[in-house]
Design a protein around this ligand. Structure first.
Ligand code: PCA
Length: 329
């Protein structure tokens, strides 16, 4: 265009294009659904991540966190994200196992015995989970472990036989299977309903972390907590692929960076919260007991049985996780 002949109108349009357009891209608001309470450390970590993203993008990407099953129930979140009903979600990986079998690896009992083990398992699982999610039109952002799963009981437990017929709280198919394997009767109670179920005396035992025990006031009916460290379940955060693709590249970069920070922060918080919560259980009168030789031996056998079944069920793909895991461990 001949500079000398720029009309007033052209000038106005050019000015508009140069100055206004880049900032004119509408701010994007995403919703992230989770099944865990607002006060839980996972949720706090997601809120911090959303704040980081908003700051890094100058408000171009805002993520609203919807806790406690308010948007979708925990076990429906994966499908809701996949179908684009919500842009992002967080779910416990064992609840994804029916659709993505390798996601069940972290809830195979007695495979990971420490946070370091759990992190190693996640490093091995991650590319496989990312691939499975990509095939379903989703993108994985991060995963954070819960504190180790311990065994709560209303009665002292000398061996697994004592669990026979007890009503054991479960929150998905995987935990229901573990309850059945232990000879207990699974009772489905989501994390958000646990406080009430304990108050009403609907369960006699449960496998969960010290922190969930504190948040649900386990001492309402549970008397014993056995630190069996059965597994370190992880919460996975993922987004709908189309929603991701629609983001500006700079927002994608900011989100990926904030999630990497959130993952590291989440694992550190998990370990802190684990120690603090066990003390809190004690302060509230729960007996934190070592596992007797017999109970330990029984649990070990059950774990082996469960592992074997898991490998049978998942098939050769299980080797892609367990072979490198046991090689490195
Ligand atoms: N708390 C959650 C999942 C694992 C955990 O430690 C629950 O019990 O539902």
């Amino acid at each position: 265009m001949d500079r000398a002949r720029i009309s007033r109108r052209d000038f106005a349009l050019l000015a508009c294009g140069a100055g206004v357009l880049p900032a004119a891209r509408a701010a994007v608001v995403w919703r992230l659904a989770t099944g865990y309470p607002a006060e839980n450390f996972h949720t706090a970590n997601l809120l911090a991540m959303a704040k980081d993203v908003e700051a890094a993008t100058g408000g171009q990407l805002r993520i609203e966190i919807h806790p406690a099953n308010t948007l979708f129930a925990l076990n429906a979140i994966r499908a809701a994200v996949q179908e684009g009903k919500v842009e992002a979600g967080e779910a416990i990986m064992s609840s994804l196992a029916a659709d993505v079998p390798l996601a069940g690896a972290d809830s195979v009992p007695f495979i990971t015995r420490s946070y370091a083990d759990a992190q190693m398992l996640w490093r091995i699982q991650r590319p496989l989970i990312e691939q499975a999610f990509a095939q379903r039109g989703m993108r994985v952002l991060c995963a954070v472990a819960w504190p180790p799963q311990g065994l709560y009981s209303t009665r002292p437990l000398g061996g697994v036989g004592d669990l026979r017929g007890m009503r054991m709280r479960a929150y998905n198919d995987t935990t229901a299977r573990i309850a059945t394997l232990m000879g207990a009767v699974p009772v489905d109670v989501p994390a958000t309903g646990l406080d009430k179920a304990l108050a009403e005396g609907r369960i006699d035992c449960m496998l969960t972390s010290a922190v969930t025990g504190v948040e649900s006031h386990a001492w309402q009916s549970m008397r014993y907590f056995y630190e069996i460290n059965a597994w370190f379940p992880k919460n996975l955060v993922f987004v709908n692929g189309k929603a991701w693709d629609a983001l500006a590249q700079s927002s994608r970069n900011s989100l990926a960076a904030a999630c990497a920070v959130a993952e590291a922060r989440g694992w550190a918080r998990s370990a802190e919260v684990a120690a603090r919560s066990t003390d809190e259980l004690r302060r509230n009168g729960i007996k934190v007991e070592p596992v007797s030789f017999l109970l330990g031996r029984d649990l070990q056998r059950l774990g082996e049985n469960f592992s074997l079944n898991w490998v049978k069920q998942v098939g050769v793909a299980a080797n892609d996780i367990f072979i490198p895991y046991f090689e490195k461990r």
